[in-house]
Design a protein around this ligand. Sequence first.
Ligand SMILES: NC(=O)c1ccc[n+]([C@@H]2O[C@H](COP(=O)([O-])OP(=O)(O)OC[C@H]3O[C@@H](n4cnc5c(N)ncnc54)[C@H](O)[C@@H]3O)[C@@H](O)[C@H]2O)c1
Ligand SMILES: [Zn+2]
Ligand SMILES: [Zn+2]
Length: 339
Amino acid sequence: MMNTLVCITPGQLEYREQAVPELKEGQALLAIKRIGICGTDLHAYEGTQPYFSYPRILGHELAAVVAEPGSAAGFAKGEAVTIIPYFHCGNCIACNNGKPNCCTSMQVCGVHVDGGMVEYLAVPAGALVHGGELGYDELALVEPLAIGAHGIRRAAVQPGEFVLVIGAGPIGLGTMEFARIAGGQVIAMDVNESRLFFCREKLNVKHTINAAAPDAEEQVREITGGQMPTVVIDATGNLRAINHAFRYMAHGARYVLIGLQKGDICFSHPEFHKREGTLMSSRNATRADFEHVMNSLARGWVQPATYITHRVAFNEVKDRFASWLQPETGVIKAMVELG
Ligand SMILES: NC(=O)c1ccc[n+]([C@@H]2O[C@H](COP(=O)([O-])OP(=O)(O)OC[C@H]3O[C@@H](n4cnc5c(N)ncnc54)[C@H](O)[C@@H]3O)[C@@H](O)[C@H]2O)c1
Ligand SMILES: [Zn+2]
Ligand SMILES: [Zn+2]
């Protein structure tokens, strides 16, 4: 038997004993070591995550060791791994075009199917990624960093260009890091001064702007020498912020939406037309993004340990979870430890 933490219904978490999963064809069995807590988990608990069904075991930012390699050729028992939690069909137009990150029948681990808040988890063998020299904390941070790395790859950031990243939560922070690694000059924008302070102090971001300042647009113009940024990225998931940011685009700019909200986007067609703008969404990440992130971690280009503001043992998660929804706790990333 093993311990699991189930989100029974919004607002209610419960530890439940379950049988250790039996390995099926095509799977590997993992012993979970770390679970990073993400906005998706918090929104699922709040009951504000669209298309979520309960009961559900949350958790998709995982570090683990291989308990039984099963069908995972080339993986050894006891090896440290992370997983690509976007379980895909392998057979649809997106999968066939090398974009399993937007598979037409996506099953995200811990969202559409039960996830990692367990001692043992059986996953498709193809989801495993060798952990190499990375520690468990770093392995659990690969997935959220890969979201930003993917957005930056979508934008095809070129050395020297200005990249405005709006939203400095865990996703936006990772996006800023990979914009810098691509050679971009990062401008961070948020409404939360403490997050902007974090960008300056921990990420060495030179330009930070409070989005609520009446002269925010003027500040963007000044920093970019009157040109405006050629890459704008939303990492807020806030509809007003998304609609508002079209005005920050330089002529010929790309605008990439990593953030996600439920409503309809609305913008001026003539303004967009005269810029010959490119608008893109960015969903999940691919194995290439995971590899880029892991290589960057191994070289010390990214040091995301500073994002971990809260650390708890698995048996404390139930009592602490609700507090992570409170802005006063100052959570950037909460990390759960097992074993
Ligand atoms: N592309 C993907 O596949 C993917 C994966 C994970 C998360 N996401 C999305 O990324 C977004 C960010 O996730 P997160 O966990 O970092 O969220 P978060 O809530 O921790 O961070 C969002 C930040 O945006 C800031 N913000 C809010 N309104 C703003 C405004 N009007 N102007 C400027 N800043 C504003 C907030 O102060 C906060 O710091 C969410 O929409 C989430 O759903 C996308
Ligand atoms: Zn996540
Ligand atoms: Zn598919």
